[in-house]
Design a protein around this ligand. Structure first.
Ligand code: SF4
Ligand code: SF4
Length: 193
């Protein structure tokens, strides 16, 4: 059995505030029921590309490892396919919790989340402008926002793709662009980020 001093040290190492935050979100409390069976990791189509498997992320959450969880690129590798959530024997809302972790990482302005945040902002701006994605403009905006000097080095690749017709510049807007902008504005108002 753990001694009193050992318990105090153990709890100091855990970020209890982080646990409270995660357990406080809708469905977050269910993380306590995780039996570490690994069904989520086994079901995940992109777990091979993750820094930590979904199963490990849940173990890290329960250990109160705020920095390690919120700085893990796993949360950004998640493709939101819901396979894990469908199969979890404890009915843990894994995908929703991944979303929540992304929001926490953005809110705390975590360095490793900045590029994902920039890509998300560029995407919303492009969709707000045209009502649909334009990959060329999205990539140009993203490169300028995150690595202006590096984007200059990529210019020859861009020219080569353009000359082969792989980087379309034109495109039309959707018909009711104002209606779509209202929807995006409302989503931003409700989402906060
Ligand atoms: S499938 Fe559910 S219970 Fe099993 S490790 Fe993943 S989150 Fe935990
Ligand atoms: S929702 Fe995310 S973590 Fe779950 S299986 Fe899909 S990609 Fe993997």
């Amino acid at each position: 059995m753990r001694g009193v001093q050992e318990t105090v040290l153990y709890e100091e190492a855990m970020d209890l505030k982080f646990l409270d935050e995660v357990y406080g979100i809708p469905g977050g409390d269910k993380i306590k029921d995780c039996i570490q069976c690994g069904t989520c990791s086994g079901s995940c189509p992109v777990s091979w590309a993750m820094e930590e498997s979904p199963r490990k992320i849940f173990a890290m959450i329960r250990a109160g490892m705020r920095d390690q969880v919120l700085d893990s690129l796993t949360i950004w590798t998640c493709a939101s396919c819901y396979q894990c959530a469908e199969r979890c024997p404890q009915e843990i809302k894994i995908t929703d919790i991944m979303y929540m972790l992304k929001r926490m990482a953005i809110r705390e302005d975590r360095r490793r989340s900045r590029k994902a945040r920039a890509l998300s902002e560029c995407f919303v701006n492009v969709v707000n402008r045209y009502g649909r994605n334009r990959e060329t403009e999205l990539m140009a905006r993203f490169a300028l926002m995150t690595d202006p000097l590096g984007s200059v080095a990529l210019a020859p690749v861009g020219m080569s793709l353009f000359s082969r017709g792989r980087l379309p510049l034109g495109g039309s807007k959707v018909r009711d662009i104002e209606g779509l902008r209202k929807i995006v504005a409302k989503a931003q108002e409700l989402g906060g980020e």
